[in-house]
Write a protein that binds this ligand. Structure first.
Ligand code: GLC
Length: 437
């Protein structure tokens, strides 16, 4: 049986997790901008890769039917959309979702996973979708969102630099995912499918945002992982800012819980920002904080904690029935209201810091292109955290107001559902428009 002692209540914990004091917030923004500069100058001392893409900032799309594939985290999505000659979309995009079994992401403890199995799974999902939609494979143009750090060599060629989000298929590192997918498609009987663009999920979201509003500066993902892409000049740059490491601020910003989570991850020392912000990691933070409240150092014996749990705790009210169920699932047998209240405030604290950090990264991006924030900058955002975590967009907005005052309204965050998959199909159409002149 486990129990949580009554909270100490001196506020020291939540003070360390709150980034709203403006000096802290401002120093994070400045460090982020500094590291953007380093990344753009290909200076390896920075932690932002700032990967150049071959995606043009264009408003010209080729008419026809295009497919977008979205491999970014939890699910694989296949999107089919048609662009009209007048550059509008013909009806709503059709979307099919395939949950990705975890053995395809990182193998089992006793066996290394091989990327071939993953690509077979993707090809099967594509084949099913085309059959259901009655679309012929031959001549089909496809945009492939591959949401991992990938150095681009042309619009449709890239090299995987490393895995993130706890994926680990070592054979693919240093290789191009496009020919692998093409081979799996051929083996699945899909002849003539052409992947004409490989892109990051942030870039897909950016393209979709720009398609609907030319004031769109950036595309952001706040889901399993986190990252930003923006138009810097005439092309899209994938920041890979999940790897932002806070530079000299690190000791001040990271808590012992962040360090512990990092040291037990598959990529210690990397993706520090992502491990404080993104859904893949927030459950691990809560679990550790709960453990810290228990004298034995181990809170509850069972189960795992994920970002959806944080959302349901944060939304709980009254005598906190959802939280009771959550604690029961973890094997906590005592049932004190104080325990439940404490778990709820920890979940809210974690989500709030995540939202604050996201807002700071967006502020840095907007200030980098427009230091005085003279114009309105739209940030198109896709991802389950932004969409579902209670109070998340509001916490971002509060952070923006606290650092920018009345200029906070020059940054507007807009949700697009399935932005990365729809954006991949649009990117395929944009690249086709360029190829056909
Ligand atoms: C991780 C990946 C990045 C992706 C992000 C959101 O940070 O490295 O490429 O954009 O997750 O899915």
């Amino acid at each position: 049986m486990s129990s949580i002692p009554y909270p100490a209540g001196d506020g020291s914990l939540s003070r360390n997790w709150d980034l709203s004091p403006s000096a802290t917030a401002r120093s994070i923004i400045d460090e982020f901008k500094h590291q953007m500069e380093l990344g753009l100058a290909a200076d390896r001392s920075g932690s932002l890769a700032m990967i150049r893409t071959f995606i043009p900032k264009t408003a010209r799309f080729h008419p026809g039917t295009f497919v977008g594939l979205d491999l970014s985290g939890t699910n694989f999505r296949v999107v089919v959309l048609s662009v009209n000659p007048d550059q509008t979309l013909a009806g709503n995009p059709r979307i099919r979702i395939f949950p990705i079994p975890s053995r395809l992401k990182r193998g089992k403890a006793d066996r290394e996973a091989h990327s071939r199995d993953l690509f077979r799974f993707l090809a099967a999902g594509i084949a099913q979708t085309l059959e259901r939609e009655g679309i012929a494979a031959s001549g089909l143009r496809v945009g492939f969102t591959f949401a991992f750090p990938t150095r681009m060599e042309s619009a449709d060629r890239g090299v995987l630099l490393k895995w993130t989000k706890e994926w680990d298929l070592p054979d693919l590192v240093g290789r191009d995912p496009v020919p692998e997918l093409a081979r799996a498609c051929r083996q699945a009987g899909l002849q003539g499918v052409k992947v004409n663009v490989l892109l990051n999920d942030t870039v897909g979201t950016l393209i979709l945002g720009y398609f609907s509003d030319r004031r769109t500066l950036a595309g952001g993902i706040l889901g399993t992982g986190t990252n930003l892409a923006a138009w810097l000049g005439s092309t899209a740059i994938n920041f890979e800012c999940g790897n932002f490491n806070f530079g000299p601020l690190r000791d001040r910003i990271l808590t012992p819980v962040d360090r512990d989570l990092d040291s037990r991850s598959r990529n210690p020392g990397q993706q520090r920002f992502e491990k404080m912000v993104a859904g893949r990691y927030l459950g691990g933070l809560l679990r550790r904080l709960l453990d810290g409240t228990h004298p034995s150092g181990r809170f509850g014996e069972r189960g795992t904690v994920d970002a959806e749990d944080l959302s349901s705790l944060a939304a709980d009210s009254g005598d906190l029935p959802e939280t009771r169920r959550f604690l029961e699932r973890l094997g906590v047998e005592e049932d004190l209201l104080e325990q439940r209240q404490q778990a709820v405030s920890l979940a809210r604290m974690i989500l709030k810091r995540s939202a604050q950090l996201s807002a700071l990264a967006m502020t840095a991006t907007a200030e980098w292109v427009d230091p005085g924030l003279e114009d309105l900058h739209v940030m198109t955002v896709d991802g389950s955290l932004f969409e579902h975590a209670p109070g998340y967009p509001e916490a971002m907005r509060r952070m923006l107001r606290s650092v920018l005052g009345s200029r906070a309204d020059r940054i507007e965050c807009r949700l697009v559902k399935d932005g990365s998959g729809i954006g991949a199909a649009l990117a395929s159409s944009a690249v086709e428009a360029r190829a056909t002149g």
